[in-house]
Write a protein that binds this ligand. Structure first.
Ligand code: UDP
Length: 373
């Protein structure tokens, strides 16, 4: 069969590869002039530093199939992500751990003492947290919430945390030890030669043709037996049921000699500091040496037409619109919707790859059994 795939990020590349290996022909259409979507990396011509063009991406997973898959296409270098945060003129460790707790309360508690202390701080009157703020207050109490979560979340989402879903907080752990690794997964790494090289390896197959700077239009659909859409879900339908909203990011570049931050990511919790965080790219490749440094200051705002979509907003209104599109997507034939944009979900890279592999398995099985895809 002949497949038209919209998008050369991880979703499109992985599905394309699986279909090509099974003997199908694939054309991948990519609107931008490069592959790898928002994971795109490139070396800065002035310093040689590997730049995460659309913000920092750290690969972490507990999915062995996905881990083996990425290792087929590039050298994954062990990388332990650590994040610091500056708030009220002081610097602390994230995720909130025993050192963070002891620093902010001016104590020297051991794990059990800290656990009991935070349980006292927590607001036990909240039974069923309805939003981010309630979830945080129930979980950690006012002091930690005000310092580390209120301001950052307000800036990141552009809304009071009382209007943000409780689920957003669940991404972050609270630790009663001095462990300050940002992620818990057994595999944590960054590709030695960047994510773009990995995606290039995935799509490097004689049955795959890639067309850069070329949108997948309605007219193109007729040239293929089936479409895979990894673009914005509402865009497939011409936005006829409303717009699914996103947060976008603006990056302000900082160039300096030596070391600017002293770490890869510094968050800024104060609401009056307009940016959310600064990333220093050379620290994502600690195995390399660079004299000069490049950092991105990151500002978050509501995406307008033409802006690059980053974070699906998924507030109540957006979910109503999403339900309409999810129904429409179920009725639509000849297309499979996948990925962060195609399903309007906040997905880490490993989940994206895992879901793409599963989607390809499903398509190939349907073909073998002579069912509709
Ligand atoms: N968050 C926060 N303070 C921080 C870091 C994160 O309040 O210093 C909140 C914020 O709402 C954010 C969410 O936790 O959207 C998830 O954070 P994560 O670091 O997973 O976001 P990412 O960097 O992946 O966008």
């Amino acid at each position: 069969m002949r497949f038209g795939i919209a998008g050369a990020g991880f979703s499109g590349a992985v599905i394309g590869r699986e279909l090509a290996e099974a003997g199908h022909d694939v054309v991948i259409f990519e609107t931008r002039d490069h592959i790898a979507g928002n994971c795109h990396t490139e070396r800065d011509p002035q310093t040689g530093v590997m730049i995460h063009r659309y913000g920092p991406h750290i690969f972490h997973t507990d999915d062995e199939r996905v881990w083996e898959y990425v290792n087929r296409f590039g050298v994954m270098m062990p990388y332990n992500h650590r994040v610091r945060t500056t708030v009220g003129g002081q610097t602390y460790l994230l995720p909130v751990n025993l050192l963070t707790i002891n620093q902010i309360f001016g104590t020297a508690m051991r794990p059990d003492e800290a656990r009991a202390f935070i349980a006292e701080q927590a607001d036990s009157s909240i039974e069923d947290p309805q939003n981010f703020e309630e979830q945080a207050l129930k979980f950690m109490g006012r002091t930690l919430y005000d310092a580390f979560f209120h301001g950052y979340t307000r800036k990141q989402w552009g809304l009071p945390p009382t209007e943000i879903p409780a689920s957003v907080l669940k991404r972050l752990p609270l630790r009663f030890s001095y462990e300050d690794s940002y992620f818990n997964h057994p595999h944590q790494a960054i590709p030695r030669d960047g994510y773009t090289e990995i995606v290039a390896g995935i799509i490097d197959h004689p049955r795959i043709e890639v067309r850069l700077s070329t949108p997948y239009t309605e007219a193109d659909r007729g040239d293929f037996d089936h479409s895979i859409w990894t673009g914005q879900l509402d865009a497939w339908f011409g936005h006829e049921l409303g717009h699914l909203r996103y947060r976008t990011l603006d990056f302000e570049e900082i160039r300096a000699k030596g070391d600017y931050l002293g770490c890869s990511v510094m968050n800024f919790g104060d609401v009056d500091v307009p940016y959310t965080r600064i990333a220093e790219h050379k620290h994502f490749a600690p195995w390399e040496e660079h004299e000069d440094t490049v950092c991105f200051r990151e500002y978050s705002r509501l995406a307008e037409d033409g802006d690059i979509p980053y974070y699906p907003i998924r507030m109540t209104n957006d979910k109503t619109v999403l339900t309409r599109y999810a129904d429409a997507a179920r009725r639509e034939t000849g297309v499979t919707f996948v990925g962060r944009l195609g399903t309007y979900r906040y997905l880490d890279m490993d989940v994206t790859i895992g879901e793409a592999l599963t989607a390809a398995d499903g398509i190939l099985e349907a073909i073998r059994e002579g069912r509709d895809i």
